[in-house]
Write a protein that binds this ligand. Structure first.
Ligand code: TEU
Ligand code: CA
Length: 558
């Protein structure tokens, strides 16, 4: 039997911004519960809940103080138990975020670890002596500055690949691993359906933590080649499988910045019992320059075609892909890859078609299904994200102009994805009756769930259709992928083939009419149109065809 996660669609909830039930301006578990019907109607199978654990919120819950408590702002363990029960009663599943590359510096393991060099928990974290007056090595934290912080009490530095309130856990320590597996089993025994594992390919570091090469003008070097997909990563994941996951019918998806297809084959090959799928980032890096995400560079469609196709081919035989354009760390896809102005609706449907007809498990991030857009904040005071606030300071100190910095933030800040979910045209978009923790996007009167449900031609109803099709056409789940029209700079086209069934997917990626002529062997003559975003047009079943701006069409043949 096929595992259930292969024909599932996952919906990611960022709880802080989803729905506020008690008007303190912060989304919460009762809020999530009140919207389960909405998710059921959309047709999704699995909910992935971003972290809801007890946390001082230096990084919105990705800094966990207690893995077995619920964050006060989100509610109680009782609320969570009720939520899980209702999710299951409604025939859906729930997966939890597992953040075990690091904890909060307020976790008791760390407060102990800091105490003394011979504390039982000392070795749960990565402590090193400085090099004279300098840090143990030159790695940069993903949130800016050095990846090391000196703790004066014991005069040693600890490693933090993210904020200094997120010390990295030392996976070399057997007791630490054991405690993590035990915590995982505790959640699994409560009945959850799996984990999304935060930066799980960072947990094994190269032994001696060597300096990385500095680029000209840099104070700190990336260091990532010494901690991504490190020497013991497969060993740790296999051990985690044996000691925590074995015996539970759950799904796992590992978030893996910098992962290559050859490595993903190893991570997701079922015979190796590591993970079911990974989140790869290659397509998230195609619209940036060599200096990282803040250096904007327009996406070339051919790069996207090459990249996504490479992943489709690489995981065709063994392993499995996850499919996403959005999450809580990325800008809104319609703003990034489509047109969030006049062609918002049509381009959002095109992007959805492109992604959902590929082979793999699709992930929908809250608000994507109504075409929510990036947010036009005008003051740095409106931003909340630690990464954004840090880079702002850094770029200011480097002498970058306010205008240039805002260009980058408007395009790439993680807060673009974190403004409150737009439920209605009421004040604060129906998210809260209080003051939201982060401002609502001013376009909520135009873009909201209430309006989307009422309009049969909305993006929302289009997503429903795509999700429904996946349930009735095996070729969408299992068909073999093949890129066609490889060199066309405007159209992303591919086929999916399963025995005598075939899908032909055509997406005009830009706002200009274009024409294509299909290669030999791809015949539209006996095909029917399964779904498309320009249904009002006459569609000829010819092999030469004109695609309107942002047109998406899926043909089916048997
Ligand atoms: O993200 C890891 C990660 O490397 C990114 O996607 C990161 O947010 C991006 O590179 C910044 O430019 C995960 C979580 O998804 C993210 O929200 C957390 O902040 C991070 O780990 C630390 O837990
Ligand atoms: Ca609340």
């Amino acid at each position: 039997m096929e595992p259930w996660w292969k024909n599932s669609v996952v919906y990611q909830i960022y709880p802080r911004s989803f729905m506020d039930s008690n008007n303190d301006g912060i989304g919460d578990l009762q809020g999530v519960k009140s919207k389960l019907n909405y998710l059921k109607q959309l047709g999704i199978d699995v909910i992935w809940l971003s972290p809801v654990y007890d946390s001082p919120n230096d990084d919105n819950g990705y800094d966990i103080r207690d893995y077995q408590q619920i964050m006060d702002e989100f509610g109680t363990m009782d609320d969570w138990d009720q939520l899980l029960k209702e999710v299951h009663d409604m025939g859906m599943k729930l997966i939890m975020d597992l953040v075990v590359n690091h904890s909060s510096d307020e976790h008791v393991w760390f407060t102990q670890s800091k105490q003394s060099k011979d504390n039982h928990y000392r070795d749960y974290y990565i402590w090193r002596d400085g090099k004279g007056l300098k840090e143990p090595n030159n790695w940069r934290s993903n949130f800016g500055g050095s990846a090391w912080k000196l703790d004066e009490q014991t005069d040693q530095y600890y490693l933090h690949l993210f904020s200094e309130k997120q010390p990295d856990l030392n996976w070399e320590n057997r007791n630490l691993r054991h405690d993590i597996y035990q915590m995982m089993r505790w959640w699994l025994n409560k009945g959850i359906d799996g984990f999304r594992m935060d930066v799980i390919n960072f947990i094994s570091k190269v032994d001696d933590l060597p300096d990385d090469e500095l680029k000209p003008g840099q104070t700190y070097a990336s260091g990532s080649k010494y901690y991504r997909n490190g020497p013991k990563i497969h060993e740790f994941l296999q051990e985690m499988n044996k000691e925590a996951l074995a015996g539970f019918d759950v799904m796992t998806v590992g978030e893996m910045p910098g992962v290559q297809p050859e490595q993903a084959q190893l991570y997701t090959d079922p015979s190796r019992t590591e993970l079911n799928m990974v989140f790869q980032f290659e397509h998230m890096g195609l619209d940036q320059g060599p200096n990282g995400k803040w250096e904007l560079s327009p996406l070339k469609l051919r790069d996207l075609k090459r990249s996504l196709s490479k992943w489709q081919y690489a995981l065709e035989e063994k392993g499995w892909n996850s499919l996403y354009f959005n999450n809580h760390d990325q800008p809104r896809s319609v703003s990034r890859f489509g047109d969030d102005g006049v062609c918002r609706i049509k381009s959002a449907k095109m992007l959805a078609t492109l992604l959902h007809m590929m082979k793999g498990t699709p992930y929908v991030y809250q608000g994507e299904e109504i075409g929510m857009t990036n947010v036009p904040f005008t003051s740095i005071n409106q931003y909340r994200d630690i990464e954004t606030l840090n880079i702002y300071k850094e770029l200011r100190a480097d002498g970058k102009s306010e205008e240039d910095i805002f260009k980058s933030l408007h395009a790439k800040s993680r807060d673009n994805a974190r403004t409150p979910m737009q439920w209605s045209d009421q004040e604060q978009a129906g998210f809260t009756n209080g003051v939201p923790w982060i401002d609502v996007n001013p376009n909520y009167k135009e873009i909201n769930v209430q309006k989307a449900i009422a309009d049969p031609h909305s993006i929302y109803h289009y997503y429903r259709k795509l999700i429904e099709l996946r349930k009735s056409y095996d070729v969408i789940v299992n068909g073999t992928y093949e890129l066609i029209l490889e060199d066309d700079p405007n159209v992303f086209a591919y086929t999916r083939t399963l025995e005598d069934e075939q899908l032909i997917v055509l997406c005009n990626f830009y706002g200009k009419k274009t024409s294509v002529s299909l290669p030999e062997g791809v015949q539209l003559s006996e095909a029917t149109l399964l779904v498309g975003n320009d249904e009002e047009n006459e569609i000829g079943l010819e092999n030469e065809l004109v695609l309107s701006p942002y047109a998406a069409r899926v043909y089916y043949k048997k």
